[in-house]
Design a binder for this molecule. Structure first.
Ligand SMILES: Cc1cc2nc3c(=O)[nH]c(=O)nc-3n(C[C@H](O)[C@H](O)[C@H](O)COP(=O)(O)OP(=O)(O)OC[C@H]3O[C@@H](n4cnc5c(N)ncnc54)[C@H](O)[C@@H]3O)c2cc1C
Ligand code: FES
Length: 259
């Protein structure tokens, strides 16, 4: 785990570009640690215009996994699904981000053949994990359509792709690719929507394979104060922002991923 510097800091945006259905933001972060762990996250807000309008209250910052950390710059891949992600996606180069992080516990280094399994925007934290493990690490990605599958171009080497509509790769769910690929000695690293992570958890249990899952829940503070992000585990409830977001699949109760 890499610890965040105290307080939030301003980070100038140096790039905003579309990657198919998603938006890639690259920000300078000279004041932050150069070595966040893949799977850790940052709380982001824009310096200007972070709120519903004139005289209205600002939004809370939003949680994002970093997708890449390179040469003092942080990459974030995001999907525009609501007011916060929309404002971030329309940021212009030279605008500033308010940024806190890196927060939470990331992926542990593998003791076996790593299999990286991502779904949709959940591919983001697997990109920096592949940067760390090298291009030979096997990557299985699932997307809704060809437009979303553009995110696979950010990865090194050839990823195996499944799409819901069959427009790219196999017409299947990514968990079908995982079922075909799983071998004894594998370690699964996964991030994606709750239903997909629940299927990955169940497959890992069935094959007795260790799996580390990067979960999501609504996060208001990001540092353990609000208890808004709790998820159930075999050992009781945990706060995902400080005890996760990466959790051992074996610690989760069946069905507990998408609580
Ligand atoms: C640890 C972590 C890492 C994340 N990494 C990324 C990332 O790399 N890229 C990315 O695009 N998004 C990521 N997210 C999700 C991102 O935080 C939300 O999409 C964002 O907060 C939505 O804000 P909004 O104002 O655009 O929409 P809101 O209006 O806040 O939300 C739109 C809809 O999405 C639902 N929603 C919002 N946040 C979550 C959540 N965390 N879990 C489940 N449902 C939610 C809301 O209930 C609502 O229905 C991450 C979340 C967490 C907790
Ligand atoms: S987001 Fe506040 S305790 Fe986790």
């Amino acid at each position: 785990m890499t610890l965040a510097p105290f307080g939030r800091r301003l980070a100038p945006l140096v790039e905003n570009r579309r990657v198919g259905a998603y938006t890639l933001l690259v920000a300078e972060d000279p004041g932050g640690p150069p070595d966040p762990r893949p799977g850790q996250f940052y709380m982001l807000a824009t310096e200007e215009g972070w709120g519903a309008g004139e005289g209205e209250r600002p939004h809370l910052p939003r949680a994002f996994s970093f997708a890449r950390a390179r040469e003092g710059r942080l990459w974030f891949l995001l999907e525009d699904i609501g007011p916060g992600t929309h404002r971030l996606a329309e940021m212009g180069e030279g605008e500033n981000l308010w940024l806190t992080g890196p927060l939470g516990i990331g992926f542990e280094e593998p003791a076996g053949r790593p299999l990286l399994v991502g779904g949709g925007i959940g591919t983001a934290p697997l990109l920096c994990l592949q940067d760390e493990l090298g291009p030979d690490a096997k990557v299985l990605l699932g997307f809704r359509s060809a437009d979303h599958a553009e995110a696979a171009t950010l990865f090194a080497g050839e990823s195996q792709i499944a799409t819901d509509d069959g427009s790219v790769g196999k017409h299947a769910l990514v968990t079908e690719l995982l079922r075909e690929e799983l071998q004894p000695g594998d370690v699964v690293y996964s991030c994606g929507p709750p239903a997909m992570l629940e299927a990955v958890r169940a497959l890992a249990e069935e094959h007795d394979i260790p799996a580390q899952l990067a979960l999501e829940s609504g996060m208001a503070c990001g540092f353990g104060a609000c208890f808004g992000c709790v998820v159930p585990t075999r050992n009781g409830y945990i706060r995902l922002c400080v005890d996760g977001p990466v959790v051992e699949a074996a610690d989760l109760v069946p069905g507990g991923v998408g609580h």
